[in-house]
Write a protein that binds this ligand. Structure first.
Ligand SMILES: C[S@@+](CC[C@H](N)C(=O)[O-])C[C@H]1O[C@@H](n2cnc3c(N)ncnc32)[C@H](O)[C@@H]1O
Length: 316
């Protein structure tokens, strides 16, 4: 296996700029190739860094990248939903800065055998954690009901041609089993009308995104990460989340807003009776996007949105 991990971290400088001054403990929930972790450790060379990733290959790559900081890093192969349990294993550290750069890494996309790519042929897999996940994209494409496939393509891909794609899949699978990513990508390419295709965007993008989200239960994982976050952070800690599509960004935006304004009292009530106290404030009124310069160097950063929440639990 090659050791070079192909991934350029997005919004790297912005992630550093939002870190609390004199950060001592960092949690990187999406180690990937360890890029964000490394920059944070270079900025805070005395900090302890704890990291997880659901992809076992990422843990190896990040450990190599962070070799110089080996004494102060603890990396574990785990998903967001396991964070509380992992925190107990680590001795319940409280963090100054929690970062999550969610989604798929360039490395995962670049390895055809992982099945995320609609450019290079590979098995229809898409599992981020092949050691523990059993459901693959192939199983969904070949076995899921029409209703379920439609729901996936519409809800997770916002795919306008969901019905046509699904009915063509259903027709085709009466004759054969879908085995590879290119078989599916070619089918989508045939179904989407020529005039609706955008230059530089593969017509299968939304279908692949939708299947990937379903296979990895990504929105539920993100929701669970956000549920656990307040208990993981120090009273004045900060959480930074980078998302790559509107479904994730919406979840983050709403959760941050709820942390800031948790009151559920009717608006015409003169004072609060629900007793819910604000956990802090949103530092990014609008999502932070990559600069033109960054997009020119790394086109993937075009879809990255950063949001940051500053906890202030001293009054809570
Ligand atoms: C965009 S990459 C992170 C890149 C990293 N920030 C860097 O600079 O190298 C996203 C990573 O998040 C991981 N990931 C996605 N969902 C996850 C989850 N629910 N739990 C843990 N890791 C997850 C993926 O396996 C992938 O390695």
């Amino acid at each position: 296996m090659k050791t070079q991990y192909q991934h350029t971290s997005v919004l790297r400088q912005e992630v550093l700029d939002f870190a609390p001054e004199s950060t001592q403990t960092i949690l990187d929930c999406t180690l990937g190739g360890g890029g964000h972790s490394l920059s944070l450790l270079e900025k805070f060379p005395k900090a302890s860094l704890y990291g997880i990733d659901r992809d076992p290959f990422s843990i190896e790559a990040a450990a190599q990248r962070l070799q110089a900081f080996k004494q102060q890093t603890r990396l574990i192969h785990a998903g967001f939903s396991e964070l509380s349990a992992i925190g107990n294993k680590w001795g319940k550290p409280q963090f100054d800065y929690v970062i999550a750069d969610i989604g798929v890494s360039s490395e995962q996309l670049a390895r055809p055998e992982r099945g995320f790519s609609f450019i290079n042929d590979g098995p229809l897999d898409m599992r981020m954690d092949p050691d523990h996940q059993t459901l693959t994209a192939g199983q969904l494409v070949n076995k899921a009901s029409e209703h379920e496939l439609l729901k996936i393509l519409r809800n997770y891909g916002e795919e306008r041609y969901a019905r046509k794609i699904v009915s063509t899949i259903l027709d085709e699978r009466r004759k054969k089993t879908f085995r590879t990513t290119l078989e599916l990508a070619e089918l989508v390419n045939k179904v989407i009308p020529q005039r609706m295709k955008k230059r530089g965007i593969n017509p299968a993008t939304k279908t692949f995104q939708a299947l990937r989200i379903a296979v990895n239960n990504e929105l539920q994982e993100l929701t669970e990460l956000l549920e656990q976050a307040p208990s993981l952070l120090k009273p004045q800690g900060r959480m930074a989340v980078i998302s790559f599509h509107s479904l994730e960004d919406r979840i983050v935006k709403h959760q941050f807003r709820k942390w800031e304004h948790p009151c559920v009292c009717p608006t015409d009530l003169p004072y609060c009776i629900c007793g819910k106290i604000s956990l802090g404030r949103v530092l990014t009124r609008r999502q932070v996007n990559a600069s033109k310069d960054e997009i020119a160097k790394n086109p993937r950063s075009r879809s990255a949105h950063l949001r940051v929440f500053a906890f202030d639990k001293t009054t809570a």
